[in-house]
Design a protein around this ligand. Sequence first.
Ligand code: MG
Length: 382
Amino acid sequence: MLNLQTIVLREIHLQLREPFRISSGVTRERRILLVELVNEDGTHGWGECVAGEEPIFSYETIDTAWFAIERWIAPRLLGRPFAHPREVAPALEEGFRGHPMAKAALEMASWELASRLAGEPLATFLGGSRQRVPVGISLGIQPTPSALVERATRALAVGYRKIKLKIAPGADLDFVRAVREALGPDAPLMADANSAYCLADAAHLQQLDVFDLMMIEQPLGVGDLVRHAALQRQLSTPICLDESITGPDAAEDMISLGAGRIANIKPGRVGGFAASLAIHEICRQAGVPVWCGGMLESGIGRAHNVALASLPGFTLPGDLSPSRRYWARDIVEPEWEMGEDGQVAVPRDRPGLGVEIDRERVEALAVRTSRLAAGEERGGEP
Ligand code: MG
């Protein structure tokens, strides 16, 4: 039984090993919101909010999420019994619009806590069956095609199963062509535009078809399902939707409209695990492959994503890079690693996340903390 007595929010800062640039902006340092839940029996559960520092990927930011959790989300969960974590999402949705990243942080931590109570690894608890999950890398926009070729060549050499090239107008055809020519026809390449184009760019985007990409991710805007369908009719490259998959309804719409042929499921973006499991099922029944994207998570968010990606419908490599790709040092032990086969092992030897939180380091990195308790009006500094 879930019955949360305390919710601790911490903001930590982790410096990226190198800046990460996408079509809409650049990230140099991650401000990460971690949530720690304490159940009535003393069991802990951990979550991570994927919201960014600025409203670049979506309108949510770490600051809006912090506010939403303190003001609306935590009060709905504290001291309220739940027989199963699948009841948490409906409790957060009732009469409460938006803020999916803030909600997901708590919802996913609830599943993690429940998996510990059940004595099961999170992956098993979610219904995942894979032992290993293939890993893809996401390469940010580089100043020149040759700089991108260098990174892509290295990625292929270390075994990545999917190489994603971030693209934007002015950094697309020449960059993709250079990588395809350098890596050869069999290299598993894809592109991600993060909504940088409009339907009027269809003829331009058609020129990507010759590069035989696995997919082009989110070329148009978040709400552009109808336009994505029109674009997909003009492209032989499958469209994969990321930002547009806001929940199960959007996944159904993508399929019925033909707006995309692949879905990127980020649990931290769609409101949590319950929504992710529903999207996974919708796509599986429609024969639509899915994969798990990344949001520059720390090792805690990575643990959640690896667990989800162990489900059977995740047939394409996920953006589940090892810790060293982004961080000089992660906040979990052991750090996430990728085998020479380009796969990450799904932890199955202990309940919960499958990695230990380096609590001392988390507390040393924390720049603000808020402790919210059942029966109290409002949290504050501990
Ligand atoms: Mg994306």
